[in-house]
Design a protein around this ligand. Structure first.
Ligand code: ZN
Length: 340
């Protein structure tokens, strides 16, 4: 009960990349960089295990950014001529690569780090990939001329990599779809279908992470415009409940998401965000256990997975370490409170 995990990303050590940035520059190159990425992965595997987490990830130490890390291994994308684009409905600007030709995988994207992760922990492992809708919202299209068509083209490539990750021994493949919280009608209409295409044929667990973004300034300001109640999930969860995806990751602590919306995910495992990624204040185990207690009113205990609200990538490293410990300690306290 209450098996713990993180949404995905963790801060990169200062010797690997710039710190507290969403698109940090690497500090090495070539073979040195490849080794440094794996060294950082090993560090975070150990940190997650020592904190007491149950499902372990690679902390996304090998990718500069959760979307562009995947795109770097895709043919048909021009990375040498990035353009500025408003993303997440113009919430913020980013320099993005352009799709200029039919898309195809150049080979394995995350094989090295997935096999490395599998080799260095005996606990269940989770691996994250960007979801198709979020990818099309983070790249400029100069070829397909149609968001849905391009999303399904990406979904095929994601599926290829996801099946290979499963063969590497990954227990859970998670797709990150923050765009679902921005384009709700489209998400319910074709976003979930594209996601299912990406997960097609997987026998391991499948998951989707839907959040209100990293704790960066543009997101903090955006959240202030969303009103007293954040009901974005209400439009997407029914389509997800009817889908083939096994687990759904959502924001909870310090958000204005009405807890009862979790009940829309009947039949799914629910990864409940009990760690805030927009604040450096470390949660107490009591606070984490209280949040789990509130979620239990809407999610059966055997389906509740305590998690972080989003990735911890842009946070100070020491804060992230402390939050991992709070997550595991809070889940342990919640078990104790239930007499389990
Ligand atoms: Zn997130």
């Amino acid at each position: 009960m209450f098996s713990t995990t993180i949404a995905g990303s963790l801060p990169k050590p200062a010797w690997l990349a710039e710190t507290q940035k969403l698109w940090p520059k690497w500090k090495a190159e070539g073979a040195d960089l490849a080794q440094a990425k794996l060294d950082a992965t090993l560090l975070w595997i150990k940190m997650q295990e020592d904190a007491g987490l149950d499902v372990i990830g690679d902390g996304e130490q090998s990718r500069q950014h959760f979307v562009h890390g995947f795109l770097e291994q895709v043919d048909g994308i021009d990375f040498s001529n990035k353009v500025e684009m408003g993303i997440r409905n113009d919430r913020y600007k980013a320099m993005v690569p352009q799709v200029v030709a039919p898309l195809a995988l150049r080979g394995r994207v995350h094989g090295t780090e997935a096999r490395f992760l599998r080799a260095h922990t005996s606990r269940p492992i989770k691996f994250t990939l960007p979801g198709p809708m979020t990818i099309v919202d983070t790249v400029a299209d100069r070829f397909y001329g149609d968001r849905v068509k391009m999303a399904f083209a990406f979904a095929e490539l994601l599926n290829e990599e996801a099946l290979a990750l499963q063969a590497d021994g990954v227990d859970i493949v998670q797709f990150d779809e923050p765009a679902f919280n921005v384009y709700m009608a489209e998400a319910a209409d074709w976003g979930v279908k594209a996601l299912e295409r990406a997960a097609q044929g997987l026998k391991c667990k499948t998951a989707v992470h839907i959040c209100y973004g990293y704790g960066i300034e543009a997101n903090v300001q955006w959240k202030q415009t969303l009103g007293e109640q954040w009901r974005q999930y209400e439009q997407v969860f029914p389509a997800l409940a009817a889908s083939s995806i096994d687990q759904v990751s959502l924001e909870c602590i310090h958000s204005r998401v009405p807890a009862e919306l979790m009940a829309l995910l009947k039949g799914k495992d629910v990864m409940v965000g009990v760690i805030d990624v927009a604040s450096d204040t470390v949660e107490t185990p009591e606070e984490v256990a209280d949040t789990i207690g509130r979620a239990l009113q809407h999610v059966p205990r055997e389906r509740l997975i305590p998690c972080t609200n989003c990735g911890l990538a842009p946070m100070p490293r020491a804060v992230a370490e402390a939050k991992l410990k709070a997550l595991a300690a809070g889940a342990a306290l919640a078990r104790q409170r239930l007499g389990a």
